[in-house]
Design a protein around this ligand. Structure first.
Ligand code: ARG
Length: 269
């Protein structure tokens, strides 16, 4: 008799838990898209220090955040029938902002690494870039390999893939991790570091636009699965992720992303 009651109680509890998790999950994803539509805005988290991905530009005297990531976010917002609202913050705070529901998605040239996948979900990859080493022009010949950088001070963005790469693949590197990429580059110019590890398109722009900087020939060994940029959402936001992937599919199919990258690159002052 007692055993029977226990069984019933256990079975009921189990069904309850299962039902709760199923409902819990689908509610979360519905709630995300619903909430966005109701609020009329898609709040995106980004670290606008990363031209041509996302950066500040003065347009008609007004400070505006632009870049190809922002254009992609607008395409997603259009699909949802809402406006984009940008929340600009330090790169290393973006994943936490998603987890605490401060933003609906993160688009910030972010690689879908295994480590981040433990806390957030990622869209498909929408753009692929490699990692470059930026040096002062006069050092380009001197620092032509990762070995030549052994033991040197290296500038990276805090919480970035570049930070990990420099740590793992430049022997005895003395990392200087800063919150914003322009400060990393300033540090290189001011000889506080010997090199900076930066994403390809960003590094190329700095080499082109600023006197005295060049891209070195040193190359990293990269894990192909983790290369490229993807959009992050809070875990379980399947409905939102579906819409994001559809928007990305359309942009990719129409070959629009490369054009957005070119346009954004050309719009840098
Ligand atoms: N791709 C690198 C990463 O995922 C760096 C991205 C930095 N993005 C930025 N907007 N600052 O870690």
């Amino acid at each position: 008799m007692k055993k029977g009651i226990l069984k019933t109680v256990l079975a009921t509890a189990l069904v309850g838990i299962m039902a709760f998790s199923v409902v819990g999950c689908s509610n979360k994803s519905e709630a995300t898209v619903d909430k966005i539509k109701k609020s009329g805005k898609l709040v995106i988290g980004t670290s606008a220090d990363y031209a041509p991905y996302e950066f500040h530009k003065s347009i008609n005297g007004k400070d505006t955040i632009v870049g190809f990531d922002i254009e992609i976010a607008k395409a997603i917002a259009k699909k949802l029938g809402v406006e984009v609202e940008i929340s600009d913050m330090k790169f290393d705070g973006l994943v936490a902002a998603l987890k605490t529901n401060k933003v609906d998605l993160v688009i910030s040239g972010m690689n879908p690494t295994e480590d981040r996948k433990k806390s957030v979900d990622f869209s498909k990859i929408y753009y692929t870039a490699t990692q470059y080493v930026l040096v002062r022009s006069e050092d380009k010949a001197k620092y032509s390999s990762l070995d030549s950088l052994a033991g040197k001070a290296i500038g990276v963005q805090k919480g970035s893939v570049q930070e990990k790469l420099a740590e793992e693949q430049i022997k005895d590197s003395k990392l200087q991790s800063l919150a914003k990429v322009p400060d990393v580059v300033l540090s290189l110019k001011n000889k506080k570091v010997e090199a900076a590890v930066v994403e390809g398109p960003v590094a190329k722009l700095y080499a082109e636009k600023s006197d005295g900087l060049a891209v070195s020939d040193s190359k990293f060994d990269l894990n192909p699965d983790e290369q490229g940029s993807a959009i992050a959402v809070a875990k379980g936001s399947e409905d939102l992720l579906k819409i994001i992937n559809e928007a990305l599919d359309e942009l990719i199919k129409e070959k629009k992303i490369d054009q957005l990258v070119i346009d954004a690159t050309n719009s840098v002052d």
